[in-house]
Design a protein around this ligand. Sequence first.
Ligand code: ADP
Ligand code: MG
Length: 613
Amino acid sequence: MSTDPAIELPYYHGSITRRDAERELVLADSVDGLFLLRQCMRSLGGYVLSLTYEEKFHHYPIEKHLNGTYSIVGSKPHCGPAELCEFLSREPDGLPCTLKKPCQRAADTPVKKGLFDSLRENMLREYVKQTWNLEEAEDIEQAVISHAPQLEKLMATTAHEKMAWYHGKISRQEGERRLYAGAKTDGKFLVRDSEAGTFALSMVYGKMVYHYRINHEKSGKYSIPEGTKFDTVWQLVQYLKMKPAGLMTNLGEECSNGMMAASSKTTISHLHFACFLWEYHGFVLLASATLKPSMSQSADSQLLPMDCSGFVNTYHDPKDLKKFFINRDQLVMDEVELGSGNFGCVKKGVLKTTEDDEKGQIDVAIKVLKNENESLVKDEMMREAEIMHQLSNAFIVRMLGLCQAESLMLVMEMASAGPLNKFLQSNKSTVSMEGIVRLMHQVSMGMKYLEEKNFVHRDLAARNVLLVNQNFAKISDFGLSKALGADDKYYKARTTGKWPLKWYAPECISFHKFSSKSDVWSFGVTMWEAFSYGGKPYRKMNGIQVCEYLKGGNRMECPSQCPEQMYMLMMKCWTYKHEDRPDFKQVEGSMRAYYYSICNKPQPGEEAAEPIK
Ligand code: ADP
Ligand code: MG
């Protein structure tokens, strides 16, 4: 897990030493302009550019600034390491020559991880575990992977809540009382919530207490009026400890809130360590447009998957696994129909899991079989239920049970924002490209899980990706799915049926062979649908025409707003021969790398802040 924006660059070698870098350059043949990028061992988030010129090696540290830009010390800033290298391949900008030839990492060598990578991972894991009370390692893992960039920002913007100097909602008088208790040294301080809805800083100076308002601007930045602006409250405090910046004196002793619970101590020491690193090395987790503290986090569009009931592993109690059947009296069925098909319809409902209270009520979707249907259809639904029952992943719709009453009913958790294609068609203006990348990354995580468990979906399409909300996608509709035997590479269908041909790989149509690789093809089509905001693939063509079109080497064009890297991935998913097609492990890796890289870019229009020196 890494949010390193250089991770996908072929000439990025990760955390290797200067000596190793020079060895790589020699091995690759020492021509002028040969270069590689490596992680800076001294600064978190920074890099070093190593370059060969006139048979000598030159090493240039690249700093990451507060506003998310990168630059070689004293040179022009760029929005990412790739952009910086690209620029230097055109203009030397102070180097002895332009970058001419990338020294690439050997294909079988992974990017070497650094000390800080694992530190950051552990901090994120601990934060997720504590904030959302997650117990299962798998749940924590899924949460961290799918939301690392947002979590880092959230961690930074809420870090003050874990600090001893933060006293929360206390009055000005109470603040004074706490500061006057004990020694009244100059600079002793605390931060509290102010009546005006932002924060206030209270500080002792000359046996008096002074109060300063902390401004919280529309842009999300914090500042003491007229002073330097910061993305988080703790950065402001750290800064004021070093410079008075308009206050009577530097901040000194922390007036402790006395609330340091023993259990959260590890987090606090981590956070202090993190502040230290971030501050002195210029690596900063910023509150960006996606997670500004000024925006109410309860607003639906800001909800993280972990805030929803459907995130956690509902089967973590092994006893629950046995509860396959649900009693009819536990179910309340609504008249509202969510969707329908040949089998019958899907209705909204409520499942009562405990006797009385409201907490034990879960919103559910109930797939109801039409009564008149015969045993064939019933068998199909039983098979769908058996498959779903074996799956437990945050990005797959969970089955809660089967109910046999007036008809056979499959009870699933509710994904109330509905199918992805419809959602995108009607929310074009509010869903960003970044949002689509995030959702499709989640789909790739769910599919990677299916691949690992040896299940083939066989009906992956945007209509079968359901949304819990704008930030949370789940794969659904296991009506055609199959569990492969441990040694099987594919499922061979004996007969054809009502098949979604436009989503099917060539080997499905020609040889009726279905594997995770053919699901990868469908994932490519699903990506195309998503990036065209719910467009119809191969418009105006029928299934037969599509087969001919593909055989002729044609592929769908790039949707108008789709990022180039995402189109390249789609094209890889549409590799004709399944042997040469990537698997979901690779697809998820590429989706993740791209998703993290765009989250790390400064947001357009975000004003540049001065790096803390
Ligand atoms: P079909 O095999 O007919 O495609 P689906 O399982 O895809 O059946 O369900 C049909 C429709 O019912 C979906 O497109 C969706 O609108 C609705 N639906 C199904 N499951 C859920 C769910 N868990 N939450 C919300 N809506 C659902
Ligand atoms: Mg469907």
